[in-house]
Structures are given as C-alpha cells and as structure tokens.
Write a protein that binds this ligand. Structure first.
Ligand code: ADP
Ligand code: MG
Length: 354
C-alpha cells in the first residue's frame, strides 16, 4: 500500500524525460522495498521462565530480531550466575560457602556479591536494623528458609539461642573481603530478586534497548514506553491470599524500580495466629502489626526490594516516616476492621492511574 501511494506521488510530482523518471522510480521503489525488508515495526518480545523459587518475565521493545535469541540465553545465564552467587538454597553458592565458615573467618567474594551485600548493609544501617542481612538463622528457625516449613512456632529457648548469631554488625565488608566475627549467616532473599532484575535491565541497556519491563516474583523495573507509545502500567495487588489475584491499584511508571513486600502470601498459621516470613530482628519473631503490604519506588529494583522489606518490618507509622526521610515514594496497605485502608507518601499520587 505505502509503496504504491509513494510511487504515485513521486511520479506525479516530476516531469523529467522518461528514462530518468524510470531510473529514479526504480531506485525509489527498490529503496522502499529494501527498507520494508530490513526495518520492522518495533516489536514487543517476551521471555519468561522460573528462577529463585518464582517466575520471571522480561519484555522489551525489539528493533533487531536477530538479537532476541541471544538475549534470551544471556538472561538465563545472568539468572543462573546470580543464583549461584547469592542463593541460600544452593549449598555450594558463593554465599552458602561463606555462611558455612566458622566465626572469625573471611572469604574473598565476587564484586557482584560484594555490591549486593554492601547495599544490604547500607539498608540495615539506614533502617536501624529493621532490615538485617544476617537475620537468616531466625528466618530458618521460623520455617521460611531452605530448611523447609514448620507447623508450629519455635520455643522461646530456641529463639534466644538463635538470635545470638544475628546482627549485621558482626560481619564486615572490606572491598571484596567479607569477614564474620560470629558464626553469622547472610540471607539476601529480601534483595536478590531486585538485584536480578537490575542485572537483566543492565544487559538490555548494554544492547541498546531502552524500553523494557523486567520482573522477578513481582519485583520490577520499567523503562521507556511500550511499542504503542504508552507508558508501562503496573498492577499493585490486594494483600489477600486468594488464588486469583485482585488489583488494588494501577500505577504508570517510567525508568524506575518497584518492589512490594507483604505478609499475605508467605506465612503459616498456628491456632488462628498468622506467622509471616518477615522477621523483626528486634523481637526475633515474625511481625505482628497491621501493615499488610508496602510498595516502594526507587532508582534500582534492589534498593526498592530491600527498602520494601525494611518498611514491612517497621510497621505503618515508622515506615511512612522512614520513606519520607529517605525521599522514597511508597504506598501502604493496612488491615482495618472493614478490610483495608491505604495511605501513601506525598509524591506517590502522581503515579496512580486507578
Ligand atoms: P517477598 O517479595 O517474597 O515478600 P521480601 O523481599 O519481603 O519477599 O523478602 C522476604 C525474605 O526476606 C524472607 O523470606 C527472609 O528470607 C528475608 N527476611 C525476613 N525478614 C528480614 C529482615 N528483617 N531483614 C532482611 N531480610 C529479611
Ligand atoms: Mg524485599
């Protein structure tokens, strides 16, 4: 269609002699034909799979189809590498090897692991220990780690003994050297998904892709626009444990990391009491306040992920004050007598579309 209309316009506007017209027209038609063959409308490509005990989805606006297959395999490699470095579910991961060291030992770790541990330690400091990357032994004791589920709460005695190992100040990062003063155990589960998202985003950008949506287990990073020119829209789900997820809010974002922490998917119940997978390092027990979920926006997804867990520990009032003092935007959903109530930081409003 386009080709016919253009040729017609071209010919009708010109009056040179026939051979010149013929030559030019042929060239023009050939050019249109060539560009028709080699440049395509940008296409939305999706690559999905399983990682870190959950699902991942990567969508990007592709202008070069030839790139897509190798991007798929590089994404898989990144996820494999991050897991082999940071997972506490893999017994010979870099992190697990450090965790198996006795007190007063150190290990030389990869720059990637050092970066994530450094970020985790900064969030631990900034949140005054609400977030604590050494909380793992308590996470495991309460049945939310690689040792598997429990059906009843541990005893006070078990809690007391286990908490002796916990405290981010007992580990030290010096460049790529990580040391422990106690038999510490580092758990990056609250931040590694976010980091995986960032690592994939970086790969896409290195390959000249500036419009994408990367997601691992609900932690996301978005950049640019969809092929139809619209912004990416993200649904924030209602904090209920039903199988079919219901939408609480929809936000529209550009160039940002987004993470949600909640107490509504990962928990166990004993005698009607719900024990969440978020542990308050202060009490050494699962959180008990009314904050059901918090969604955080930050420059990187790793930061958003870590901060969301930190705020989930703090509870509604402290978390809102913390978000404001750290200048991060957040949306909080709190359990109330008649369902849920929400509140948000002053700048979160501008992202809402529904
Ligand atoms: P989700 O996206 O599944 O809600 P989070 O990002 O909130 O997950 O991380 C939850 C995980 O973080 C827990 O399963 C546990 O391994 C770890 N965790 C629990 N409490 C803390 C804490 N206070 N500080 C750091 N990590 C924690
Ligand atoms: Mg988190």
């Amino acid at each position: 269609m386009t080709l016919v209309v253009n040729t017609h316009l071209f010919v009708s506007r010109q009056t040179p002699k026939w051979p010149a017209v013929k030559l030019l027209a042929t060239l023009f038609i050939s050019l249109l034909f060539l560009t028709g063959c080699f440049s395509r409308e940008p296409e939305l490509v999706t690559h999905q799979g399983l990682t870190m005990g959950t699902t991942f989805t990567v969508k990007w606006v592709s202008e070069k189809a030839s790139q897509n297959a190798s991007l798929n395999s590089e994404i898989n490699q990144i996820l494999k590498r991050v897991n082999q470095s940071m997972s506490t579910y893999i017994s010979d991961s870099e992190l697990s090897l450090f965790n198996q060291l006795p007190a007063n030992q150190s290990a030389d770790i990869s720059s990637e692991l050092a970066y994530v541990i450094g970020l985790g330690m900064n969030i631990s400091e900034a949140s005054s220990g609400a977030f604590d990357i050494t909380v793992g032994p308590l996470v495991n004791l309460w049945g939310f780690g690689p040792d598997g589920r429990v059906v009843k709460a541990p005893t006070e005695q078990e809690i007391e003994t286990t908490r002796q190992r916990v405290g981010y100040r007992f580990i030290q990062l010096d460049g790529n050297k990580l040391s422990k003063k106690k038999n510490s155990y580092v758990d990056l589960s609250a931040i590694a998904k976010g980091y995986g998202v960032d690592a994939i985003a970086e790969l896409l950008e290195k390959n000249g892709i500036n419009s994408y949506l990367v997601e691992i287990g609900g932690e996301l990073r978005a950049k640019g626009l969809k092929p139809n020119g619209q912004s990416w829209r993200i649904a924030i789900e209602s904090p209920v444990a039903t199988l079919d997820r219901t939408v609480h809010r929809i936000i529209e974002v550009k160039d940002i990391g987004i993470a949600t922490s909640g107490d509504y998917r990962n928990y166990f119940e004993e005698k009607g009491v719900r024990f969440s997978h978020t542990i308050d390092p202060n009490t050494a027990k699962p959180i008990t306040h009314k904050l059901a979920s918090v969604t955080v926006l930050a420059e990187t997804c790793a930061e958003a992920d870590g901060l969301a867990t930190a705020m989930m520990v703090m509870g509604p009032e402290k978390a809102k004050a913390f978000a404001e003092s750290e200048s991060v935007e957040a949306l909080f959903i709190v359990k109330s007598e008649n369902g849920f109530e929400e509140f948000m930081t002053s700048g979160f409003n501008k992202y809402l579309v529904q």
